[in-house]
Design a protein around this ligand. Structure first.
Ligand code: ISE
Length: 325
């Protein structure tokens, strides 16, 4: 018997998660998909059950675990429904559209007394980020002092509002910086170029590390994510985002992908496999509901404070519950 997984939402990410469950994940199978657009759901289902109501999928006896990949504003409602049904859930980032909703998920899980939520911050499974993480934890580069992040998108879709550059894109750097450094962020400052894009966000951690991030939604040339960690003894950074170099017409070159799916294919695959393995073993992996709440709370405070241009002091109404120790 393999884990029966239902996927809610069959847009870019939901279709990719469904594909991974159908063809590249051991120990699990795609049992159901759900989308308000039934024909899109059928295309992703390829034989699995099709729902147009997410709550019906969550309640279905033929679904043991759920992947949420619907629009950001629906994540909290469905994650809470999964907790109420006692079903493990891999929820795409962000965990919720507001910090208050994220907090409600943390409180519901803490009341349940067991962790069922993983937030899909897939960069934690990307081989380059994993190596950077171990360069710090092994002590190889000495204590970290700086982290430079670059997050460039080819172009933002029409429906992408200014705040989403923070709540939908920069949340990745909030999460990966906390994870890479093993620190909590305590302050933030935002400087935007005319028109708002790109923006530079500088955060400082409780250990004093400085985290700089260029968040660029319309970089124009391709999808490009880069990070360099500076330690007291040396630095570690990602190599070019490619596996091959081409020598042609007196030029050496490599390609940039158009979006994050090709760049992070391996991370998504490893994340899905790790989540399935952990679920079958009754454990969780990856970013917790607490991590999801903290990233959304930081993003929300940055959005609220960014117009002032001054330093934002990051605060959280709740201390980390023992469940997330
Ligand atoms: C998108 O939703 C993602 O999660 C991508 O990883 C990120 O790079 C992009 O900016 C987001 O819009």
């Amino acid at each position: 018997m393999t884990l029966a997984v239902g996927v809610i939402g069959t847009g870019v990410m939901g279709a990719e998660h469904a594909r991974l469950l159908r063809s590249s994940t051991s120990g699990a199978h795609l049992a159901a998909v759900c989308d308000a657009d039934e024909s899109r759901a059928k295309a992703a289902a390829q034989g699995a059950a099709v729902f147009t109501d997410a709550h019906a999928l969550i309640a279905s006896a033929s679904v043991q675990a759920v992947v949420i990949a619907s629009p950001d504003a629906t994540h909290a409602e469905y994650a809470l429904a999964c907790l109420a049904a006692g079903k493990p859930v891999l929820c795409e980032k962000p965990i919720a559209a507001t910090a208050a909703e994220g907090l409600a998920i943390v409180q519901a899980e803490a009341a349940l007394g067991r962790r069922l939520v993983t937030v899909g911050f897939m960069r934690r499974f990307d081989p380059a980020y994993v190596e950077m993480h171990s360069a710090r934890t092994s002590g190889r580069i000495g204590n970290a002092v700086l982290l430079h992040n670059i997050h460039r998108n080819l172009s933002a879709p029409d429906w992408f509002t200014g705040a989403m550059a923070v709540t939908n894109s920069f949340v990745h750097e909030i999460d990966i910086s906390r994870w890479l450094l093993g620190s909590e962020m305590v302050t933030a400052r935002v400087t935007s170029a005319p028109g708002g894009d790109p923006m530079m966000v500088t955060m400082q951690s409780d250990k004093g590390e400085i985290v700089s991030t260029e968040v660029h939604m319309n970089a124009g040339y391709g999808y490009h994510v880069h990070a360099q960690m500076v330690g007291r003894l040396g630095t570690v950074e990602m190599a070019a985002p490619t596996r091959v170099l081409t020598n042609l017409a007196a030029t050496q070159s490599f390609d940039f992908p158009p979006n994050w799916v090709p760049r992070f294919t391996e991370a998504y695959r490893l994340q899905m496999q790790a989540w399935v393995d952990a679920t079958l073993a009754g454990r969780t992996v990856g970013a917790s509901a607490w991590d999801g709440y903290v990233t959304t709370a930081i993003a929300e405070q940055i959005v609220d404070g960014m117009t002032s241009g001054g330093q934002i002091t990051l605060t959280f109404p709740l201390a980390r519950p023992a469940l997330y120790a």
